[in-house]
Design a protein around this ligand. Structure first.
Ligand code: AGP
Length: 608
């Protein structure tokens, strides 16, 4: 997510803006910029890379004098992360400057319209369209111009706008992307989030959808998109500065777990249009999709676990043969690969060395590579032949949650796309699955609200030495991820096992009181998994079951049951993983571990 800060008042704006942007670094970004009106013109400084570069470039804002300005840290969505694409963007005469967080979904059409009217574009961003569109509607009244723009754009936005002809005013507007405003005796502020202005005021007003704010040095006015003035209440922020960066959550990991419904929706919904799965980014015709007879999925860690789920779902729905490989194995085992196969690499960071190497090896052998990536403009995103971005937003916690959940969505969409062109799923079943997918965000939200029960259960296991996760098929894939979530942040030894494999050795490790988490979401495997649960219980295990609502049979074999709501079995991973994420999190919290930065781990393993 991008970060926005703006200021108008008695003090120099630039230092306040830069300080505010530094408080938003947790949102992740790849470039930054600032625009300040100096009494004669709007001066702009922008830089790719860390905020420090911009601070050094402007001597911490001293080179940009003036009392009104806007600043931005960019998490690239449209256009690679570089100086040209960094915000603020401005109109040709540089009399209007704009910063934006969100996605203008109809920017291509608007850009075409503006070009036909003689406007020229310097960047690849959707935001630059807003700057020129304000210019197009501006006839001397800034509020009128902004409201006209908001009636034209579609998508999400938090905007900050300054006008050289109106240096006594700063404007902000919001739809879907967060935006707050605040005031103290020295001026007024806009920001994407509380941390940016908490140093100056604890009284903030949350801007609601399709509201516009006109800020002056000593007061603010709020309007609807029809220019009707409205009154808004401010709230007092009780958080301390450190907590504020986490949006009030104790850890980034918990915050990101709670961002899963939005990340899943943002990754899913734009790719379901008129009852079809539309993945333009694939750049493949239906004929080309039909010609794919084999898929190799290559990744590391949780991304690999998502790939294991992807295998089961792609084979089940599209009846296409899928091989999943750990990237660190793939790159050195001189794999035998079938002609005409497709390679999919999955990576949150897009910088994992082994996964990048697997991509390069595949391309060297002449295979087309699709990247499922969360970081726009990352190495894997740039080197893949096509990219299916996950829209989880920046993920800070080392233990992935929301990025993993959105990787699952990307793989479900691919499976449905292949199934459609290969006609392996009927129309009615296909429509039903789309409906099930659309319900996932709300169902995830509901499961997250169960956190107190899971925390109570987790507290029983902070002293555990070994914890096992078992499942069959997709449930095995879920077990892999549930086990990793627990061990990487709580440092408790844990293994995931194909439930049918346990009796071939590992069952010897089960002792009195050993916790075994059994995942059972696949109806045709319920009975088999129950018999595996009975096996471990007979050896003293305490069995936690994660299963579908209605599968009460499992209560005969389980000591503690967590139910997940009804969904297509192919998508059950997206729901069953939620209690397992919460379990791992609360065990680690109970042990007093550094949840966001676990020992020995990095967020992105850019070395072998
Ligand atoms: C998962 O919680 C870990 N952070 C780790 O396994 C991670 O999934 C793996 O290193 C792959 O990272 P990537 O998705 O950025 O490629």
């Amino acid at each position: 997510m991008c970060g926005i800060v703006g200021y108008i008042g008695k003090r120099q704006a630039a230092p306040i803006i830069l300080e505010g942007l530094s408080r938003l670094e947790y949102r992740g970004y790849d470039s930054a910029g600032i625009a300040v009106y100096d009494g004669e013109r709007i001066n702009i400084a922008k830089a790719a890379g860390r905020l420090k570069i911009l601070e050094e470039m402007t001597h911490n804002g001293e080179t940009l004098s003036g009392f009104v300005g806007i600043g931005h840290t960019r998490w690239a969505t449209h256009g690679v992360p570089n100086t040209v694409n960094a915000h603020p963007h401005y109109n040709k005469s540089e009399t209007i400057a704009v910063v934006h967080n969100g996605i203008i979904e109809n920017y291509i059409g608007l850009r075409k319209m503006l070009k036909e009217k003689g406007y020229e574009f310097v960047s690849d961003t959707d935001t630059e369209v807003v700057a020129h569109l304000i210019d197009y509607y501006y006839k001397g009244n800034p509020l009128e111009a902004i409201t006209k723009v908001l009636h034209r754009v579609e998508g999400s936005y938090a905007l900050g706008v300054i006008f050289a002809e109106h240096p006594d005013q700063l404007f902000a507007a919001r739809k879907d992307s967060p935006l707050i405003v605040g005031q103290n005796e020295e001026g007024c502020f806009i920001a994407s989030d509380v941390p940016a202005i908490l140093k100056y005021t604890r009284q903030v007003t949350y801007v609601d959808n399709q509201e516009i704010v006109r800020l002056r040095g000593d007061h603010m006015h709020f309007y609807t998109v029809d220019e009707e003035e409205i009154q808004k209440e401010s709230v007092t922020i009780e958080w301390d500065a450190n907590a504020a960066e986490k949006g009030g959550y104790e850890h980034f990991m918990l915050k990101e777990m709670y961002e899963q419904p939005k990340g899943v929706a943002d990754t899913l919904l734009p790719r379901i249009k008129d009852g079809e799965v539309v993945i333009d980014e694939l750049n493949m015709t239906d004929e080309e999709l039909l010609s794919v007879k084999k898929i190799y999925i290559v990744a590391c860690g949780s991304a690999y676990h998502a790939g294991v789920t992807g295998k089961y779902v792609l084979e089940s729905l599209a009846r296409i043969s899928v091989e999943v490989d750990l990237a660190s194995e793939f790159r050195y085992r001189n794999p035998v690969m079938e002609e005409g196969a497709m390679v999919i690499v999955v990576s949150q960071s897009g910088e994992t060395a082994d996964t990048l190497a697997a991509l390069r090896e595949s391309k060297k052998r002449g295979f087309k590579v699709l990247g499922i990536v969360n970081v726009v403009g990352s190495s894997i995103a740039r080197e893949a032949d096509s990219v299916l971005y996950t829209w989880a937003g920046p993920e800070i916690a080392v233990a992935t949650t929301k990025a993993y959940s959105t990787q699952l969505i990307a793989l479900y969409l691919l499976a449905l796309k292949f199934a459609r062109v290969r006609k392996t799923v009927g129309d009615k079943e296909f429509a039903g699955m789309l409906d099930d997918l659309k319900k996932l965000p709300d169902q995830i939200e509901m499961l997250l609200s169960n956190k107190n029960h899971i925390q109570k259960f987790a507290n029983r296991y902070i002293g555990a030495k070994d914890i096992f996760f078992i499942g069959r098929g997709i449930d095995y894939a879920i077990s892999l991820e549930g086990s990793l979530k627990l061990k990487e942040i709580s440092y408790i030894h844990s293994e995931a096992y194909a439930a049918g494999e346990l009796k071939h050795g590992t069952i010897s490790l089960i002792e009195e009181g050993t916790l075994v988490a059994a995942v059972s979401t696949q109806p045709e495997l319920f009975a088999k998994t129950i018999s595996n649960m009975v096996e471990v219980k007979a050896r003293g295990a305490f069995v936690l079951a994660v299963t579908n609502e209605g599968n009460i049979e499992i209560e005969k074999a389980a000591d503690y049951v967590i139910y997940i709501p009804e969904t297509n079995p192919c998508f059950a991973n997206s729901l069953a993983i939620i209690p397992l994420q919460l379990f791992g999190y609360y065990v680690a919290v109970g042990k007093g571990c550094d949840v966001d930065k676990p020992r020995n781990l990095a967020k992105s393993v850019t070395v072998e």
